[in-house]
Design a binder for this molecule. Structure first.
Ligand SMILES: NC(=O)c1ccc[n+]([C@@H]2O[C@H](COP(=O)([O-])OP(=O)(O)OC[C@H]3O[C@@H](n4cnc5c(N)ncnc54)[C@H](OP(=O)(O)O)[C@@H]3O)[C@@H](O)[C@H]2O)c1
Length: 323
């Protein structure tokens, strides 16, 4: 169990003032619930309103629009955990955006995986209204989020980090401040290049093991204790063994992240060859109909050499993915 630090008197997470939480997807729902269960009143918003309504309780209230959230939380802290940069931009600056009503001194903490450049643009635009911004993307999937064991890679001002740290420590295990706005997202892209690339490469080891007639359970057991061991191989071993891919982190989101990695690399040193191959594998997986399954389903692409079943061939690789 995490130690639960009591908020200092001036902290926004007092019983009187709710913390805002936008985005009740696979990850956001767990964070909002864990915050509320730790004793912090939470005000939630979600595009699909029924998910917000379903959370209502003594410590969780819901609002209908981002603008309502900004108004209600006012100068307090709001977390946002949407799919991607465009969704976040529309939440912040759309016609009924949060940025229209949140007050000076408010702190917006973006937990989603977005481009560091997007974060810097959000911070600059919110800053014009006196609203502070942190990027705090998450390392760890739904299992770790449920157990409050994720890590937050945080970018932004030291004072803002100190303000939100007690809240993040209620829902995660580590809070690592990397530097100015965008550096949390930068770290997250580096992390996900390896997380996703490692998983894609692991599927080739599994395919080879099968072609060579080895028993998969034994292979996974032996890889665990050898040089081929990896956290992702261990985490995804049950999915690989059973070829069942209940969504934790979807193929569409993983593809989104590798595109962000490639975009960031293109601004710097140029193309990353293995990342590009892994991204193509994810796109082939989406073409096979696995876009909303866990990204470990990329094993099916490797095992089928990327062949698209006739019934699925009409589905475009871009159809299920965020922009
Ligand atoms: N899943 C993981 O293991 C994991 C781990 C670390 C980081 N992340 C990152 O965390 C973020 C959220 O991931 P997730 O797995 O929780 O995603 P998810 O389950 O797909 O949930 C996405 C959330 O974004 C909302 N949304 C999407 N498009 C929107 C739009 N245009 N306008 C308003 N709301 C919109 C959805 O609302 P509706 O309910 O209305 O659809 C939902 O609340 C992503 O950036 C992902 O890369 C995920």
């Amino acid at each position: 169990m995490n130690a639960v630090p009591g908020p200092p008197p001036e902290h926004p997470a007092t019983p009187e003032i709710a913390v805002g939480f936008a985005g009740l997807g696979a990850m956001g729902l767990l964070f909002a619930r864990n915050l509320a269960e730790s004793g912090v009143p939470v005000l939630v918003y979600n595009r699909t309103q029924s998910k917000a309504e379903a959370m209502a309780s003594a410590s969780v209230k819901w609002v209908a629009t981002p603008k309502d959230l900004g108004r209600a939380v006012s100068r307090g802290v709001t977390f946002v955990m949407l799919s991607d940069g465009p969704a976040t931009k529309s939440f912040l600056f759309g016609r009924s955006g949060y940025g229209r009503t949140a007050g000076p001194g408010a702190l917006l903490v973006n937990l989603a995986t977005v481009d560091p450049e997007e974060s810097r643009a959000f911070a600059a635009r919110l800053g014009e209204r006196g609203i502070h911004y942190l990027d705090a993307p998450v390392a760890g999937s739904v299992d770790l989020a449920a157990r409050k064991e994720v890590t937050f890679f945080v970018g932004g001002d030291e004072v803002d980090v100190a303000r939100v740290r007690p809240l993040l420590e209620r829902i995660g295990r580590r809070v690592d401040h990397l530097g100015p706005v965008g550096s949390g997202n930068a770290m997250k892209l580096v992390n996900n290049l390896l997380t996703i690339g490692n998983t894609a490469l692991a599927t080739e080891a599994i395919a080879l093991a099968q072609e060579l007639g080895l028993d998969l359970s034994r292979v996974l057991e032996l890889l665990h204790s050898g040089g081929g061991q990896s956290t992702m191989l261990d985490r995804k071993a049950p999915a690989f063994r059973e070829r069942r891919y209940a969504a934790q982190f979807t193929t569409a989101l993983a593809r989104k992240d590798l595109r962000l990695v490639e975009r960031a690399a293109a601004r710097g040193g140029g193309p990353l060859r293995m990342t590009r191959e892994a991204r193509k594998m994810l796109e082939a997986s989406m073409a096979q109909g696995h876009g909303s399954e866990d990204f470990s389903s990329v094993l099916e692409v490797t095992l089928t050499r990327g062949r698209v079943p006739a019934a699925k061939s009409a589905e475009s690789p871009g159809a299920a993915g965020p922009a």
